[in-house]
Design a protein around this ligand. Structure first.
Ligand code: NAP
Length: 307
């Protein structure tokens, strides 16, 4: 069994920042990541609000962070955690490949996942027109009409990204005012090929041939009228959901499933910290995730010094 001082779950901005700080403080640090480097930023076409960096693609920002993690001497394994034993002074994480890692402290920075709509056809056509990542899948719909569902920053960014590729982007929002930031709303309003459908909810993913998406049936919530939008791709951007069932029973979760931890990133268990989108917090941004990573590593260091 491999032994570390700090085990980090997740290689997003929170986890990678925690690794930089943990390793620099002299602690042997390992990140375990189940999917891709960067977490949600890997799906972000352009980041414009990370201080001092200017405009950068999410993938490049993730790579920069990764390089910094490696330069500092921390390690990353692409192996998802399937079970966790977090109580006591020696914590253990078991991964998909069957390896068991022991750590004196654990930082959970596993982020959050895109929420699903739960409408007919969504699951059937997932990967065949229904997508949760515009930057990953947008290219498949070049020159075709698409739909984006949601009214937050992700939906606005997705619509802008797709507008440069697709003939038309239908942006569907269930209310008459966007939740996202003004700069993105203004950019969306200025795009000629983004057609906004306010007060509209999706009802059913449609397919002409039973193989791939051909459209979306929607309903206007004000007048109750239903209509069909032609689309080859449907991009769901209706927010995030935590993925913390693995820790339930050991770690306190809030009613929505996020880990209960304050600004000090401390959970109910000694030596276990939660950083970034995975914890109860009001502002979920890259900069706040990175801030959490630094705090969690510092608190983990304080905890280890007391051991
Ligand atoms: P979000 O801010 O939670 O917005 C989700 C949107 O989906 C809301 O407009 C919501 O409508 C709508 N929605 C939720 N459930 C729905 C349903 N079942 N059917 C139809 N619509 C539904 O989520 P997000 O845009 O993914 O962003 C997540 C976090 O990351 C936010 O804190 C966001 O600010 C941050 N983020 C920041 C940036 C940036 O700063 N550039 C970029 C991306 C994400 P209501 O408005 O009516 O609730």
């Amino acid at each position: 069994m491999e032994q570390y001082d700090i085990l980090i779950i997740g290689a997003g901005p929170a986890g990678m920042t925690a690794a930089i700080y943990g390793q620099r403080a002299g602690y042997r640090t390992l990140i375990l990541e189940e999917a891709v480097l960067g977490g949600q930023i890997a799906n972000t076409p352009e980041v414009e609000n990370y201080p001092a960096v200017g405009k950068i693609s999410g993938v490049e920002l993730g790579m920069n962070l990764y390089n910094q993690v490696i330069e500092q001497g921390a390690q990353i394994e692409f192996d998802g955690v399937v079970s966790a034993q977090l109580e006591g002074t020696e914590k253990r994480l078991t991964t998909q490949s069957g390896k068991v890692y022991a750590g004196r402290a654990v930082i959970i920075a596993n982020g959050a996942k895109r929420r699903k709509l739960g409408i007919p056809g969504e699951e059937t056509y997932a990967g065949r027109g229904v997508s949760y990542c515009a930057t990953c899948d947008g290219g498949f719909f070049k020159g075709k009409p698409t739909v984006v569902i949601g009214g937050g920053n992700t939906a606005l960014e997705d619509a802008l990204y797709l507008a440069n590729l697709c003939t038309q982007v239908h942006l569907i929002h269930r209310r008459d005012a966007f939740r996202g930031s003004k700069v993105l709303v203004d950019a969306v309003l200025a795009k000629e090929n983004i057609l906004i459908h306010y007060d509209t909810v999706p009802l059913e993913v449609l397919s002409d041939d039973g193989q791939k998406v051909s459209g979306l049936r929607v309903r206007n919530v004000k007048d109750d009228r239903q209509s069909q939008l032609e689309a080859a791709g449907i991009f769901v951007a209706i927010g995030l959901a935590p993925d913390n069932q693995l820790f339930a029973g050991q770690i306190a979760l809030d009613p929505a499933g996020y880990i209960v931890a304050g600004e000090d990133c401390k959970t109910n268990l000694d030596g276990v910290f939660a950083a970034g989108d995975t914890r109860t917090k009001s502002v979920r941004q890259i900069v706040t995730a990175a801030g959490d990573g630094a705090v969690a590593a510092a608190e983990a260091g304080n905890y280890l010094m007391r051991q």
